[in-house]
Design a protein around this ligand. Sequence first.
Ligand code: ZN
Length: 105
Amino acid sequence: MPVKKMTKCVCGGLLKDESLVKNGVKLSVQKCVKCGEIYIPGSEMMRYDIIKGTSPMVRKIRKSGDSLIITVPKQIVEKFNAHDGDYITFEPNEKEVRIKIIHAE
Ligand SMILES: [Zn+2]
């Protein structure tokens, strides 16, 4: 998906592509050549949140034996009243997977 980039800073200066390391994560940003203001695209902020695990709705896939496992966020557990022993169904479509919680009892 092409990312629409700004070409100018609010000060009128031109923006130049640069990379920035924020807490160990390398981000593609744009920096104003005139005032030095740094613009971080939304997609890069999202990638940062994912890598740093700061988004409560993002989970890392982990390996356990031959399986890949994910944990269920606390907010989802509470909202959908999920319990140990409940089931999860995966409903894949072209671009994403819908997850449904099915109560065991
Ligand atoms: Zn500027």
